[in-house]
Design a protein around this ligand. Structure first.
Ligand code: G6Q
Length: 547
């Protein structure tokens, strides 16, 4: 048994779980009218209600003991100070420095990185304003109307999610599009609708070696050059965001059009860096800076606040509670806001790439569960499909419900109906419906005797299903910044307890290697026999039937 599982804090939680399993949230709410006040926190207009969880004050204390035993405070300080806590890549982890105010300092290898961060932010300001006000034009002198971001994973999901979330702040004159998939359909379907004279391409790649991105970038370049008739157009229509400046020059991108970032920014933590350029182009640099300010406010909260009131710490430890002591393997993100439609996919990468690890900081395979499967869809749509399993399935699926108090699109009773659904769902998931309640309901519907008894078991809802609710005044840049930083820190808290590195991604690197090895076999005509029979069979079937 590992030291962690054997530790006093872990063992105390194991024993406590047996007690909590005998109780229901329904009883806990009946016993304590102040439960909401006890188990909710607020920060700058953001409310976290975590009272609908399988927890008591003792549970919280035990969970925070586990966090303390893991030296969470020390890890937080080390991350903010620029220590190389990404040990397998020997890198600092400083997405927090990307939203640090100009007058602060953060050191990596003895160098203050904040001036560099603000130099690039200034470059983004100048460039985005020139594109937005039409003073920076394409090769034929026309202003840009469409921006196409070509990037994948961390170089796409953040800007895509934020641009959609902040659409109400978006420019009416500039559209943003995102091409990620190497499937040519992705690029083709977008280019179909665009005019090369008014299209700006952003090639976003930390390494500038990712095959999908470079393939899409090359095809976009061919499209532009074919239609505008000259290679010279590339200099005016392509910009790059990368840590690999040599590779961007080799691609033919004017060095003045390269936006730098640094190896201490992880891909999935990079939307705050130059990777956020499409966001700044779309919503304007001032709004982008509000996004950074919101994230910074959450950073300060995470860094300074005692664990008992620390929102990311509590959210993180609740995840640990369910993953390690209730055996839950999946976690739903359910935004009641259409603008947050890409948030589940964004958090899926953030959480699963960060905490999908099985080896601890000492290189030992762990003997406890780590990250859960993260998934979700905007609220009411999910109610008409997968909520059934959350209500009555055999698996416990903890969920976060997120909703704005005020809509950007007030229209009749829409928003009240939306939020009525949101609140009703968390209430029902907590309360369930007892057999007696179901019986009364059926009797009121006129059923009795055998027909009532036959139907009754299907109408019972076990309840006791945990949820958090995050409410905010309105989905604005500042609030979104807070929300995203909250989840970043939540993920970190969990990795600290699990003693894993949340900032490497060897599984992604493995995928990159695999495809490049196999590609030549698809490009040649000869049958292959070097793999297992399934892989050989698939490749040979493809070779035989392709047109
Ligand atoms: C993120 C991951 C991964 C990465 C992509 C794109 O943390 O490392 O999703 O962002 O593989 O990599 P490049 O930006 O280097 O093209």
């Amino acid at each position: 048994m590992s030291t962690l599982v054997h530790s006093p804090a872990w063992q105390a939680l194991t024993a406590h779980q047996t007690e909590i399993s005998q109780r229901t949230m329904r009883e806990m709410f009946c016993d304590d009218p102040k439960r909401f006040d006890k188990f909710s926190l607020q920060l700058d207009g953001l409310l976290l209600d975590y009272s609908k969880n399988l927890l008591t004050e003792e549970t919280l204390e035990l969970l925070l003991n586990l966090a303390r035993q893991s030296n969470l405070d020390d890890w937080i300080a080390r991350m903010f100070n620029g220590d190389k806590i990404n040990t397998s890549e020997q890198r600092a982890v400083l997405h927090t420095a990307l939203r640090a105010p100009r007058n602060t300092s953060v050191y990596v290898d003895g160098k203050d990185v904040v001036p560099d961060v603000h130099r690039v932010l200034d470059q983004i300001r100048v460039f985005s304003e020139a594109v937005r006000n039409g003073t920076l034009c394409g090769h034929t002198g026309k202003s840009f109307r469409d921006v196409v971001n070509i990037g994948i994973g961390g170089s796409a999901l953040g800007p895509l999610m934020v641009s959609e979330a902040l659409k109400s702040y978006g420019s009416a004159k500039l559209n943003v599009h995102f091409v990620s998939n190497v499937d040519a359909t992705d690029l083709t379907e977008i280019l179909k609708c665009l005019d090369p004279e008014t299209t700006l391409f952003i090639i976003s790649s930390k390494t500038f070696t990712t095959l999908e991105t470079l393939t899409n970038a090359q095809s976009a370049r061919d499209w532009l050059v074919n239609l505008l008739g000259t290679n010279e157009s590339v200099g005016k229509h392509f910009v790059a965001i990368s840590t690999n400046i040599a590779a961007t020059s080799k691609f033919g991108i004017n060095p003045d059009n390269v936006f730098e970032f640094w190896d201490w920014v992880g891909g999935r933590y990079s939307l705050w860096s130059a990777i956020g350029l499409p966001i700044a182009l779309y919503i304007g640099i001032n709004n982008f800076e509000r996004l950074l300010a919101g994230a910074h406010a959450m950073d300060e909260h995470f860094r300074e606040t005692p664990l008992e009131q620390n929102i990311p710490a509590i959210l993180g430890m609740l995840g640990v509670w369910y993953a390690n002591f209730f055996g839950t393997t999946s976690y739903a993100i359910l935004p009641y806001d259409q603008y947050l439609q890409h948030l589940p996919a964004y958090l899926q990468q953030l959480e699963m790439e960060s905490n999908g690890k099985c080896v601890d900081h000492n290189g030992q395979v762990v003997d406890y569960d780590t990250g859960m499967v993260i998934w979700g869809e905007p609220g009411t749509n999910g109610q008409h499909s997968f909520y059934q399993l959350i209500h009555q399935g055999t698996h416990m699926v903890p969920a976060d419900f997120l909703a704005p108090i005020n809509s950007h699109n007030p229209l009749g009773e829409h928003h009240a109906i939306l939020l009525a659904n949101c609140f009703a769902q968390t209430e029902a998931l907590m309360l369930g419906k007892t057999s007696a309640e179901a019986r009364t309901e059926l009797e009121q519907q006129g059923l009795s005797g055998a027909s009532l008894e036959t139907l009754l078991p299907y109408k019972v809802f076990p309840g006791n299903r945990p949820t958090n609710t995050l409410l905010f005044d309105q989905l604005d840049p500042y609030t979104l910044g807070m929300l995203v930083a909250l989840y970043e820190h939540k993920v970190f808290v969990q990795s600290v307890v699990w003693d894993t590195n949340a900032f490497d991604q060897w599984g992604v690197e493995f995928g990159k290697q695999l495809a490049s090895k196999l590609l030549p076999e698809l490009q040649r005509k000869e049958r292959v026999f070097v793999h297992d029979s399934s892989t050989n069979g698939l490749i040979n079937h493809f070779l035989a039937r392709r047109i």
